[in-house]
Write a protein that binds this ligand. Structure first.
Ligand SMILES: Nc1ncnc2c1ncn2[C@@H]1O[C@H](COP(=O)(O)OP(=O)(O)O)[C@@H](O)[C@H]1O
Ligand SMILES: [Mg+2]
Length: 440
């Protein structure tokens, strides 16, 4: 018997089995009487036999009253009835962490869903909640992290510990880009959170986009759109918790979250059904409290780093959309994908002029920054002259910069376009950019 088994038995013996009962269920909440528990604790709700493993359903305590608890289900509520037995577990949600998770696909609560061996005994189990490293103990973002995507590594360079948003509408290539980055990055470990996607999209992502190569040194946490909102919400924190553990071992982790918008929507459902008032466009205040809490967990630690890449849905160019707005204010950089480029077949559909990395100068050598600035200047000149050129109103010779940009345009476009299978090492990308902008 392992030490943890002995400890578990000792704990169980010291805690008399005390059960309560379900007294009602409405919307997303379940009322329980007859037991005490702390906010955040997990209780097991079963119909008949009560005890470890007999829980039909796990639920989290979200509110306390003098004589009852309000719980929110972490699973399907069907089958729960008034009088169902409730057993407190005496602890908040426990999630697996560690190297045993590499190459695995987990559900929103950290249980394997890939048909592989169980994690019990292989992984370490920890509380979901952690203390976010204090700002002053965090090292500064100063080392580049490459994605293997030329347009990003040169014109929107990321640093280890940076948090970037990928802003895009649906169907413009977010998931494809995330998979490409997963395969191309030089991060030690990648953790992917797929939150609120449809089941079909998830299969496609895992089997076609990511493939076996993308699963190496990668952990995937999935909560599809049909999961209860609390599970979708927790999934984002579970993925982040797994990344935090790798960081605390001194690794450089890339955390990819698709999407922060759907995570916010899950928090909205949870908040509203717990009785919060809707504030900004139907989002209750807890949504705007959750977002910085989640995003601040990424970043550098005393050792290691989590570089966070969060996709943000922007529909119909609505930049006042409160979630996109809030995300932009918290993140230290953003990548914009445009539908216009996607429909023109320009992939990855990154609008580099609209994309910015706030750590670019801290992680890039000055001579390379100069090349990047020159490339932006040329692309900017092209964009500004585009309309004139299209209607034939531009006369060659009227602006030397535009003339040079037009000559270099095919090379610049060839540089920025990159097929999904292609990974370019950053040095190679910088050399190619240097050759283009200097005409050598
Ligand atoms: N790099 C790419 N090369 C070619 N086609 C792409 C690329 N990225 C996206 N696409 C096309 O766009 C579609 C939607 O991409 P996807 O990544 O699923 O978008 P999103 O996640 O933003 O909804 C894909 O099915 C594919 O046809
Ligand atoms: Mg997608």
């Amino acid at each position: 018997m392992s030490v943890s088994d002995v400890l578990e038995r000792a704990r169980a013996a010291a805690r008399p089995l005390c059960t309560g009962t379900v007294t009602g269920a409405m919307g997303l909440t379940i009322s329980v009487e007859g037991v005490t528990a702390a906010v955040g604790d997990v209780v097991e709700i079963g119909s008949g036999g009560v005890g470890p493993g007999h829980g039909l359903l796990r639920a989290e305590v979200v509110a306390l009253h003098r004589d009852r608890l309000t719980c929110m289900p972490l699973g399907e509520v069907a089958g729960v009835h008034v009088g169902s037995r409730v057993r407190p577990t005496g602890a908040p949600l426990q999630v697996p962490v560690g190297d045993a998770l590499l190459g695995r696909v987990l559900d929103g609560l950290g249980r394997p869903v890939d048909g592989g061996p169980p994690l019990a005994g292989r992984a370490r189990w920890v509380d979901l909640a952690t203390q976010t490293p204090h700002a002053l103990t965090r090292t500064r973002v100063q080392h580049p992290l490459s994605f293997g995507v030329r347009a990003l590594d040169t014109l929107v360079p990321a640093g280890r510990g940076q948090r970037l948003g990928i802003f895009a509408g649906s169907g413009v290539g977010k998931s494809t880009l995330l998979a490409q980055i997963t395969r191309g990055t030089d991060a030690d470990v990648r953790v992917i959170g797929l939150i609120g996607e449809r089941g079909r999209e998830v299969r496609e992502f895992l089997e076609e986009n990511l493939g076996a190569e993308g699963m190496r040194n990668t952990v995937v946490v999935v909560a599809t759109s049909d999961e209860p909102p609390l599970v979708r919400l927790r999934a984002a924190f579970v993925a982040t918790r797994i990344a935090e553990d790798f960081r605390d071992q001194g690794r450089d982790v890339l955390l990819l979250m698709d999407s922060i918008t759907r995570t916010a929507m899950a928090q909205r459902e949870v908040g509203l059904s717990a009785g919060e008032p809707p504030a900004t466009r139907g989002y209750p205040p807890s949504v705007f409290a959750m977002m910085p809490k989640l995003l601040e967990k990424a970043g550098t630690g005393a050792v290691g780093s989590i570089t966070g890449l969060y996709t943000v849905l922007v529909e119909g160019d609505d930049h006042n959309e409160p979630i996109a707005d809030t995300a932009r204010s918290i993140l230290d950089g953003h990548v914009v994908l445009t539908r216009q480029m996607a429909t023109a077949g320009h992939f990855p559909a990154i609008d580099v002029l609209e994309s910015i990395s706030r750590v670019a100068s801290a992680v890039t050598a000055p001579h390379r920054m100069a090349d990047a600035r020159e490339a932006r200047r040329l692309l900017g000149a092209l964009r500004d002259a585009r309309e004139l050129i299209e209607i034939g109103a531009y006369t060659e010779g009227s602006d030397p910069l535009v003339d040079r940009a037009r000559v270099l345009e095919p090379q610049l476009t060839g540089f920025l376009r990159q097929s999904v299978e292609d990974t370019t090492a950053p040095d190679e990308a910088w050399d190619a950019l240097h050759r283009i902008v200097t005409g050598s």
